[in-house]
Design a protein around this ligand. Structure first.
Ligand code: MN
Length: 203
């Protein structure tokens, strides 16, 4: 599906006269030379949450993760799919006006690239997009903060029903992680600012 179609839900939810979020210009399909990108944003909306986005072809596939990704393999983090976002959303940091869709402050907590690792049950590599359709995708993150192998697994929903997924760090049980960041203390990987500094418009 063309990115412009895939972004229809994204556009329909937003009034670009009011929010400074990207409108989603036509983008070139496919990963950059350095591999497909990922971004984790912290979004202080009606409910604080993390937005986890993976570049798949020419959009960012997106999940809202209330507690945020954990580096501890013992933590299973609920991840609720949200609409595909345009690729340039990976750089969005700022304030979405109150009353608008997703109104609140956003910081880019982490960004980088990922290696798709998805395999089928027989251990053969499969297309990453296909593995997401099938509800189980594995990948290795190369971010500034997040490193290592993670899995996204759908455990509820499908055709009509609202989907729920889990994001889990892969690795030996009991291996030491740092858990999740405290969203109110966490700093932008782009500007070093906290949510409250961005909300106040500090440079
Ligand atoms: Mn959000």
């Amino acid at each position: 599906m063309a990115a412009q179609d895939r972004l229809r839900t994204y556009r329909d939810k937003r009034d670009f006269e009011r929010t400074h979020e990207p409108t989603g210009r036509p983008a070139e399909a496919g990963a950059g030379a350095d591999g497909p990108h990922f971004v984790v944003q912290i979004h202080d909306a009606r409910r604080m949450h993390f937005d986890f986005r993976l570049q798949v072809d020419d959009v960012l596939r997106s999940w809202a993760i209330p507690k945020g990704p954990s580096s501890d393999p013992g933590d299973k983090r609920l991840a609720v799919p949200t609409e595909d976002h345009p690729l340039e959303y990976e750089d969005f940091e700022g304030v979405i006006p109150e009353g608008e869709y997703g109104g609140g402050t956003v910081i880019v907590w982490d960004q980088g690239t990922y290696e798709p690792l998805s395999h089928d049950r027989r251990g053969r590599p499969v297309e990453f997009a296909e593995s997401l359709e099938d509800g189980h995708a594995t990948f290795r993150l190369h971010g500034s903060k997040l490193h290592g192998e993670y899995a996204l697994t759908r455990f509820r929903g499908g055709e009509d029903e609202e989907e729920s997924w889990l994001l889990v760090r892969k690795g030996p049980a009991g291996s030491a992680g740092h858990g999740s960041p405290d969203p109110r203390r966490a700093r932008s990987v782009r500007t070093g600012r906290t949510l409250s500094q961005v909300a106040r418009g500090e440079e």
